[in-house]
Structure formats: C-alpha cells, structure tokens
Design a protein around this ligand. Structure first.
Ligand SMILES: [Zn+2]
Length: 174
C-alpha cells in the first residue's frame, strides 16, 4: 500500500472518530494569567476558583491592576507546538481541549498500539481522535506514518465491529 492510500485511511479514521466521540464535556484550556501562571491547565470553573483564592491570599481586590486573572479559554488555546500528552484540568481532572505535538502524537500512537482497543470508551475515543488530528497537523516520516496507519486499522476494525454497517454509512453521510 502506498503512502497516499495510508494517509487516506488515516484521515478516514480521524473523520469517523470526530463523528463518534462526544466532545460536549470538553472545555478549552484556561490558566492563571501572568505573572501568576503556575504552569497548570484548568477548566473555567476551577480556574476562576483558583484565581479567587490567589487574590484573597495576595490581598488583591477587583480594583488592583496587578490582580490575578483567568487567561485562555479560547478555541485552540494551547501551548506553542502542541502538547506532549492529553490535557486534563489539574484540579478536577475534567477533560480539556488540546492538540498534540509531533512527539506527543507518536508517543500516544505507540501507547495505543500496545493497548487493548477491543472496547473503546468515550475518553479513549477523544484521545484517539487527537492522535489522528496531530497527524493531519504536521509532517511525519514513513516509519511514523506506518505506525499511525497501523493504529487507524485497529481503531477502524474495533469501531466497525461495534457499529453495524448501516450506522457506519450514516456516520459518513453515504
Ligand atoms: Zn476543573
């Protein structure tokens, strides 16, 4: 199978995962704005709570220009070049949106290649989606494409067994 065919299968898999995974509880990444950024990622609720606590601790009020504030929260709020691993809220472990760097994509790919994917739960669907999204965001060499392709075949086979052929067509609007 040539590279273009492999890429097509990988993109097809990303498409299926995007339509299958439930992103409704996934929030954009928030963090405490500089200079109080502690390197942690939060959901909006936890970030607001942390900022409030911090301002209380620092005795800073609404009128203080150097008060701590909630930063981030926009679509694609992300560290430059992508994340190394899936992002969760550091406080409540809620799911956050992220995209993976090249090395993060391959690390996740190898993790899933050694994981039993007979049953794929909703969290795993989201994490798998980000592997294939990471693939489409960047360039990978032949060996890496081979591994991501291998993963896409495993995922497609597992999802295919779970859903009947009709619902697969439905998903793809065929
Ligand atoms: Zn949270």
């Amino acid at each position: 199978m040539n590279k273009e065919d492999k890429k097509e299968t990988i993109e097809y898999c990303a498409d299926i995962l995007y339509k299958t995974a439930d992103f409704s509880k996934v929030e954009n990444i928030h963090w405490i704005g500089n200079p109080y950024d502690n390197g942690q990622s939060y959901c909006s609720e936890c970030c607001e709570k942390k900022v409030k606590e911090l301002n209380k601790e620092l005795k800073l009020g609404e009128e203080d220009s150097d008060k701590a504030f909630v930063d981030g929260g926009w679509d694609g709020a992300c560290c430059d070049g992508g994340h190394e691993s899936p992002e969760l809220c550091d406080s409540c472990m809620g799911r956050l949106d992220y995209s993976l760097s090249n090395s993060g994509t391959m690390e996740e790919c190898h993790h899933f290649l050694t994981t039993d994917l007979t049953e794929i739960n909703s969290n795993t669907l989201i994490e798998l989606y980000h592997v294939f999204e990471g693939f489409s965001n960047s360039d990978f060499d032949d060996e890496e494409i081979k591994d991501i392709y291998k993963l896409s075949c495993i995922v497609l086979s597992s999802l295919g067994k779970r859903m009947g052929i009709e619902s697969r067509f439905e998903l793809l609007d065929l």
